[in-house]
Design a protein around this ligand. Structure first.
Ligand code: DAH
Length: 347
């Protein structure tokens, strides 16, 4: 009986103190009391059982009273506009949304890391430029017919020279600036070696292979005795590192105003390794035309005050989406800007 009284006392005290008093009803001590019934002589069991039931009813009434007191208590309301205090607030109210890096950004970082290891510096381009950098310094004088090959977005306003400004249609728009900035390398007996991965814009009709806004990577290398063999081996080494496999490459003659000679550079299909007649990347051709390149035209070097009799160089420029599409067998360039989570989460 003494034990019963002390348990009763402690349970009533707990109900009066708990924030969630209902939990006290589940305490093992109550069960213990019920378990004690069987230890009693038969004639005492009825009265004892009744006492426990009364205690239970008493506790339940105390719980109801405590809950009512809690509900009406003077608790300060939560100020939802209060500043976040990371020291006192729980950190994990919501499951993490799990954002990831966009596949194009990740591939651009990979590309830049490979060229950095090969000794190239990385530079950015710009989103608005003038005709001097986009055309003039690249040996497209005013009225040159090849200007029309670039479906260029132009501003209505003109600059001091009276020319409309341009959303650059190729990363070659940076060549003159890069040559001038790194010219000091030549004076120090070092080559100029720079890669420019960045955004370009073209007034294109959109389809699975054409976007109005896309990415290119430009390469510029200038030094003493630089020749076309170095151009081909540089691009081959990069592509083999990027795709992680051995590739065949070939060049065909082409025309660009800013290179002489100019080439179109092709590689064996990195997706099917030129083995699949029905390959969705190379259409069973086994070869893919990837980018334009060539030996930098003497006029382009001169525009940056570099003597073409002393120094020669090569350059290339090509689409980054295409490089990535060939790696993963992506069939539509528009997926990159589509914001489709099903697409993005594959990478
Ligand atoms: N700018 C050219 C284009 O977008 C690509 C290109 C060709 C860049 C040859 C070069 C180059 O630097 O040497 O079509």
């Amino acid at each position: 009986m003494e034990k019963f009284d002390s348990i009763r006392q402690s349970l009533l005290e707990r109900v009066a103190a708990e924030a969630v008093p209902r939990d006290v009803l589940k305490t093992p001590q109550l069960k213990e009391l019920y378990a004690g019934i069987s230890a009693l002589p038969a004639e005492e069991r009825g009265a004892y059982g009744k006492k426990i039931n009364e205690l239970k009813a008493e506790l339940e009434a105390a719980v109801v009273a405590r809950e009512a007191a809690m509900a009406s208590a003077d608790i300060a309301p939560i100020d939802v506009t209060a500043p976040w205090d990371e020291n006192t607030e729980p950190q994990t109210l919501l499951p993490a949304a799990g954002g990831t890096t966009h596949p194009l950004m990740r591939e651009m970082e990979r590309l830049s890391a490979i060229f950095t290891r090969m000794g190239f510096a990385i530079e950015g381009s710009r989103e608005i430029d003038d005709q001097y950098h986009m055309f003039e310094t690249l040996n497209f004088p005013k009225g040159h017919p090849a200007r029309d090959d670039y479906d260029t977005f132009m501003t209505v306003e003109t600059d001091e020279a009276g020319d409309q400004l341009i959303a650059p249609a190729h990363t070659s728009t940076m060549q003159n600036r890069v040559l001038k900035k790194y010219k000091k390398n030549l004076e120090a007996g070092e080559p100029i070696a720079v890669v420019v991965p960045d955004r370009v814009f073209r007034n294109e009709d959109l389809d699975a292979r054409h976007e109005h806004t896309f990415y290119q990577f430009e390469g510029v290398y200038v030094g003493r005795g630089v020749h076309a063999g170095m151009l081909i081996s540089t691009l081959k080494s990069f592509l083999e590192a990027y795709y992680g496999k051995q590739l065949d490459v070939r060049v065909n003659p082409f025309y660009f105003p800013f290179t002489e000679p100019s080439f179109e550079f092709a590689l064996s299909c990195p997706f099917c390794e030129s083995q699949d007649q029905a390959c969705k990347v190379c259409s069973g051709e086994g070869w893919i035309e990837l980018l334009g390149c060539g030996m930098i035209h003497p006029n382009v070097l001169k525009a940056a005050d570099i003597d073409p009799n002393e120094f020669t160089g090569f350059a290339w420029g090509g689409g980054i989406e295409r490089l990535v599409m060939m790696k993963y067998g992506i069939e539509d360039i528009r997926h990159f800007e589509s914001a489709k989570l099903d697409f993005l989460r594959q990478f």
